[in-house]
Design a protein around this ligand. Structure first.
Ligand code: PLP
Length: 438
């Protein structure tokens, strides 16, 4: 999409209106598809997060680190399917593994050759894993972990955090979501050391689990402080509460996940996203004393079924990904690339006195539309107009990212791609600096 030279607007509102007008004009095929879809799916969508105004792009193809839309535009993929797209769209090791698995049948109805191999690779990598079980999504992984914690402790409550997202039925962006699973939840504030400690102690007798992301992903790429994590480990140990790390996103941030990087090892960990090689995936695991309860040979074993828990395509792609592609060395290199990109983007905002900031760690980052300190999601309320302008203008400059400023890196992105991204942000700030500073 060509960029018009001077598009300076007097107000934020007029800038947003202009950006939306150009977006609508540039994307007639995407719009037509959404209109057809509206007849058969609520709002034309089957995935809430993918909706944005005026309508989302229809993606027809992914190649390497690029996405191609229905109107022929090509984008650098800085969304990376919300971290699931780590391997990009054409990794040969992943594609070969899937093709090989396809040739031997895909719904076999028995244990296959891949599942224990993927389990072994994960148990070697992630320090909290003695044993692991697979499922089909991060949501399901958390559901299983929370139910397991309740079963092994005989207690009912789960302590979670305001602003957290652990799946479609565990969302706490503005308090508990209306579609949340009916767990008895105690909500604390992320990084609030004293307040959370007091809540744990007050509910200790009833708490089955304390669960959190060691860096909030969807909540705004907000890292947990080391003292906060250490306090959670100490209090949960003292009160025999299961500490669950949701590493659905953060497991990519170091070879052994953020648990390895922070040195705080939970009792259980949940996984999802890229670990299935880009196919549908979830997993939960942890210490023997919890996971042994799923041993079906033992009387009174906990049940955990799921037709597709060991689906061969995911298992095969996951094995190839961890063994051949996302090696410990690759994990470290990707995190370093993400750290460099975040520093460059923050420098752009500071040099141009645009009061935005990028938070995050390694390859998971989020642009925030103010420059005040952020320790918890409540410190970063939505700024819908700024978010709309930023996203639509990045799309216009060939950069695909989420409306809320969420950015992840996939492996095939290059330094030249990052240069393009930084240049696009510089141009955005140069065009709109005056209204962004207001
Ligand atoms: N947990 C976290 C931290 C997530 O970010 C997500 C999804 O974005 C989930 C759980 C749910 O995973 P899924 O979408 O695979 O159900």
């Amino acid at each position: 999409m060509p960029i018009e030279p001077a598009r300076r607007n007097a107000t934020l509102q007029s800038a947003v209106e202009d950006a939306e007008r150009r977006y609508v004009a540039a994307n007639p095929n995407s719009r037509a598809r959404v209109e057809r879809a509206e007849a058969v799916m609520p709002g034309g969508s089957t995935r809430t997060i993918l909706h944005f105004s005026p309508f989302p792009l229809t993606i027809v193809k992914g190649v390497g680190a690029t996405l191609h839309d229905a109107d022929g535009h090509v984008y650098l993929d800085y969304l990376g399917e919300y971290t699931a797209g780590l391997y990009g769209h054409s990794n040969p090791a992943i594609l070969n593994a899937v093709r090989t698995a396809l040739d031997s049948g895909i719904t076999l109805g028995g244990p296959n050759l891949y599942e224990a191999e993927l389990a072994a690779l994960m148990c070697q990598r992630f320090p909290s894993l003695d044993l692991v079980r697979f499922c089909n999504s991060g949501t399901e992984a958390n559901l299983n972990a929370f139910c397991a914690a309740r079963a092994v402790t005989g207690r009912g409550k789960i302590l979670l955090f305001n602003g957290a997202y652990h799946g479609g039925c565990f969302t706490f962006a503005n308090g508990p979501g209306a579609m949340n699973a009916p767990f008895d939840v105690v909500l604390a504030d992320y990084n609030d050391l004293d307040g959370t400690r007091a809540l744990i102690r007050a509910h200790a007798e009833d708490l089955a689990a304390v669960a959190l992301e060691p860096m909030m992903g969807a909540g705004g790429a907000i890292p947990a402080g080391p003292e906060f994590l250490a306090m959670l480990r100490e209090e949960t140990e003292r009160h025999r509460i299961v500490l669950v790390f949701d590493e659905v996103m953060t497991s990519r941030l170091a070879p052994g996940g953020l648990q390895e990087a922070t040195g705080v090892i939970p009792d259980m960990t949940t996984f999802g996203k890229y670990l299935g090689g880009g196919l549908t995936f979830g997993a939960f695991g942890g210490r023997h004393w919890i996971m042994d309860r799923f041993d079906a040979r033992k009387p009174g074993a906990l049940g955990h079924s799921g037709t597709y828990n060991n689906n061969v395509l995911t298992m095969a792609a996951g094995v190839a990904g961890l063994r051949e592609v996302f090696t410990p060395k690759a994990a470290i290199a990707l995190s370093e690339a993400g750290d460099r990109l975040r520093a460059r983007l923050n420098a752009v905002f500071q040099e141009r006195r645009v009061p935005f900031q990028v938070m995050g760690r390694g390859s998971i980052n989020c642009v925030h539309f103010h420059d005040r300190p952020i320790r918890r999601p409540q410190d970063a309320p939505a700024r819908p107009e700024l978010q709309t302008l930023f996203q639509l203008e990045m799309i216009e400059r060939g950069i695909y990212l989420a409306r809320r400023g969420f950015i992840t890196l996939c492996l095939p992105l290059t330094e030249a791609d990052h240069d393009r991204f930084v240049a696009a942000v510089e141009d955005f700030c140069d065009v709109h600096g005056a209204i962004l500073r207001q």
